[in-house]
Design a protein around this ligand. Structure first.
Ligand SMILES: C[S@@+](CC[C@H](N)C(=O)[O-])C[C@H]1O[C@@H](n2cnc3c(N)ncnc32)[C@H](O)[C@@H]1O
Length: 277
């Protein structure tokens, strides 16, 4: 398993290391090591990690670090490495994403998604996933029929079921993601359908109350008319994975297809939005 280590040297006259530790947290690194004049943290080298490490380094410089160094390394005992760096994390108002080795939370008003990092994208660590879960809280009502296009680990599918969705159909172009999504659904004791395929090809002609798609902008632009066609009137299309430069193209494609923009969030250099048919 590959990791990216970020190491910040703090000036000697700084007694308070908390702004630096906070910078790590704000970029998804919950556990830091503080040794002498240094604060060190590691990110698993998954999709988007290099970009996030770069943003973290910039934040550390901005807060007055004297030096910031990054290096990639391999950890043989990766299960132990995951355990050090993946902690339960709150997402939105209602979700908690918890690795299986951590005990359940005592708060009974949280919807817990049990998920271990693995072969498919989507641990709740990446802003694009977190923004989707947040937007889903206002869009998915009990009994809803939901499609998750680009399901990755299945985190959004599981989240939709926990919000009360009656059915969830998940699709991913990568067969391994389909396997992982089904496994994660079983682990969370929810039932979903998951199939391998490209975009909406595998969704048939069914109509949905919500369609979730955390995929690159070019795909969102391409599938906007399909998304509209497969939603009921008043149905929600939640999109994520858009960099701000591409947002005008996605918004224009959605509006051309006939969608109305209802909500738009931005975090860590990523835009996500909720459109309504
Ligand atoms: C950024 S990940 C999102 C994973 C998860 N839904 C989440 O929100 O964390 C995008 C996923 O979409 C899949 N994907 C990319 N293009 C696709 C397409 N045209 N049709 C279906 N899935 C696609 C990728 O294999 C990947 O698993």
């Amino acid at each position: 398993m590959s990791w990216i280590e970020v190491r910040a040297r703090i000036p000697g006259d700084y007694r308070d290391r908390s702004p630096f530790v906070d910078a790590f947290r704000e970029h998804g690194v919950e556990n830091t090591l503080e040794t002498g004049a240094e604060v060190v943290g590691c990110l698993p080298d998954v999709e988007g990690a290099a970009f996030r490490a770069q943003r973290l380094a910039e934040a550390l410089w901005d807060r007055g670090a004297e030096d910031v160094a990054m290096r990639a390394f391999e950890e043989e005992n990766w299960e132990e490495a995951w355990k050090r760096f993946f902690r339960p994390r709150r997402v939105g108002r209602r979700f908690l994403v918890r690795p299986s080795w951590e005990p359940p939370s005592e708060a009974d008003d949280l919807l817990e998604i049990v998920l271990d990092p693995g072969q498919a994208f989507g641990t709740g660590d990446h802003a694009t996933t977190r923004l989707c879960l947040e937007l889903m809280e206002d869009a998915i009502c009990p009994g809803a029929r939901v499609a998750d296009v680009g399901c990755g680990s299945g985190i959004l599918s599981v989240g939709a079921k926990l919000l009360g969705a009656a059915t969830v159909r998940a699709v991913d172009i990568e067969p391994v993601s389909v396997e992982v999504a089904l496994e994660n659904a079983r682990r969370n004791d929810v039932q979903i359908e998951a199939v391998a395929g490209d975009g909406f090809d595998e969704l048939g002609e069914d109509r949905y109350d919500a369609i979730l798609s955390n995929i690159i902008s070019a795909t969102l632009v391409r599938i906007a008319p399909d998304a509209l066609r497969r939603l009921v009137d008043g149905g929600h299309w939640i999109v994520s994975g858009v960099i701000p430069q591409n947002w005008p193209d996605v918004e224009a494609a959605a509006s051309r297809a006939g969608f109305r923009l209802e909500d738009r969030l931005e975090e860590d250099g990523w835009v996500a939005a909720r459109f309504v048919r």
